[in-house]
Design a protein around this ligand. Structure first.
Ligand SMILES: NC(=O)c1ccc[n+]([C@@H]2O[C@H](COP(=O)([O-])OP(=O)(O)OC[C@H]3O[C@@H](n4cnc5c(N)ncnc54)[C@H](OP(=O)(O)O)[C@@H]3O)[C@@H](O)[C@H]2O)c1
Length: 352
């Protein structure tokens, strides 16, 4: 998508990012400045994360930070006043944490999403793009279940308003995002410890943060109310990811790996578009568009030939070399020979 179209959509707009201090938030804020919005408002709970993020932008007068919790409707309503575009990225996204405290996931991922939706309608926001995950498809864990309901809330087909457009995007593992396996592996490799593999057969869709932002911006421009957009992406086997990362940092091809068994709520493969959704999905180049449930199913059948689910074992599998290249491009592995990249240096575990 050209910068010109994005500029036309975002220039002079007031933008709110719930969860704006997270991995996605950092990346999209950097990107949004290119399109000269009137203002960008980061909305999240932890003041330290906001303080640290503000230090990165000392001269950016149109970037503001709002402390608030999406569980608190009144606070979300206040933050939403005068806003044109909302990116809803606030979530509880760690599978084990949500298993341990399921209702906390309900409060943030479901009630919080409903608050964002209600406040956006009340404030006459133009566009809300909400971020979902492959774990929401045929979910087996609380995180995925709550994100599945979040999608349904955002794309509620009973909505007849004309002002606010609600769109969702769904994607797989963002390489190196906070709490993901790449910072963990970087940390362990730098401490010389074996890499824990839950199940050697496991595959995961992979994309880089920059690609996740591009998908969200695509949906902002192209999406119609009720749309759910999925970008096609390759997958990596977890052992290949461990091999690529340990080789990239240490130069060793025999770095120790320990199989520790799947955690509760983990699938062997993830699904980005279910077989049931494929009956309604449209394949559009690099994307699948799953139209809203209010759009009647095409009586001539699926829009394209393949109605099998789009899962991480049925997409293109990345080789160890490709994964290594991706890790180098994203700064986890040195691009100039063996060694840690800038993102892996220091406290890899605490990076966003
Ligand atoms: N990372 C991935 O691999 C991945 C893959 C697919 C989809 N996604 C989705 O992408 C979105 C962004 O993920 P991310 O990787 O950027 O997550 P992240 O780094 O963990 O950031 C989450 C953000 O949400 C904020 N937050 C959490 N609970 C909140 C609440 N109740 N009220 C307000 N803010 C809250 C956090 O800040 P505070 O804690 O300070 O509030 C933080 O800014 C999420 O919806 C996630 O489900 C992520």
């Amino acid at each position: 998508m050209t910068g010109q179209i994005l500029s036309e959509t975002l220039r002079n707009k007031n933008i709110l990012i719930t969860g704006g201090t997270g991995s996605f938030g950092h990346q999209i804020v950097r990107e949004l400045f290119k399109y000269q919005p009137a203002s960008i408002h980061v909305f999240s709970r932890d003041e330290k994360k906001q303080y640290d993020m503000a230090l990165l932008y000392p001269n950016q007068a149109n970037l503001t930070f709002n402390i608030g919790d999406i569980r608190d409707l009144e606070r979300v309503q206040e933050a939403m006043r005068g806003i044109d575009v909302v990116f809803n990225a606030a979530a509880l996204k760690q599978v084990p944490n949500c298993e341990y405290a399921p209702f906390e996931a309900v409060l943030t991922n479901i009630i919080g999403a409903q608050n964002v939706r209600r406040a956006a309608i009340d404030a006459g926001v133009q566009t809300v793009v909400s971020i979902s995950t492959d774990k929401a498809v045929k979910p087996v864990n609380v995180m995925g279940m709550t994100k599945a309901v979040q999608e349904r809330i955002m794309l509620d087909p009973s909505y007849r308003g004309t002002r606010t457009k609600f769109v969702c995007v769904r994607y797989g593992n963002v390489l190196g995002s906070r709490g993901s396996v790449v910072p963990l592996f970087c940390d362990l490799v730098q401490r010389g410890l074996p890499l824990p593999i839950t199940n050697p057969a496991m595959t995961r869709f992979q994309l880089m943060l920059a690609e996740s932002v591009q998908l969200v911006l695509w949906a902002t421009v192209k999406g119609e109310c009720g749309d759910l957009w999925v970008r096609k992406m390759p997958a990596a086997n977890i052992v290949d990811l461990a091999k690529a990362l340990s080789y990239g940092i240490t130069g060793r091809e025999d770095y120790p790996i320990a199989t520790v068994g799947a955690r509760p709520g983990e699938k062997i493969h993830e699904i980005l578009v279910s077989e049931e959704e494929m009956w309604r999905a449209r394949e559009m180049g690099d994307y699948f568009l799953i139209p809203g449930w209010a759009v009647p199913e095409d009586k001539h059948g699926p829009q394209h030939g393949d109605i099998q689910e789009y899962s991480s074992d049925r997409t293109r599998q990345m080789s160890v070399e490709e994964i290594l290249k991706m890790l180098q491009t994203d700064g986890w592995v040195s691009a100039n020979g063996v060694g840690p990249g800038p993102k892996a240096l220091g406290t890899g575990m605490s990076r966003s």
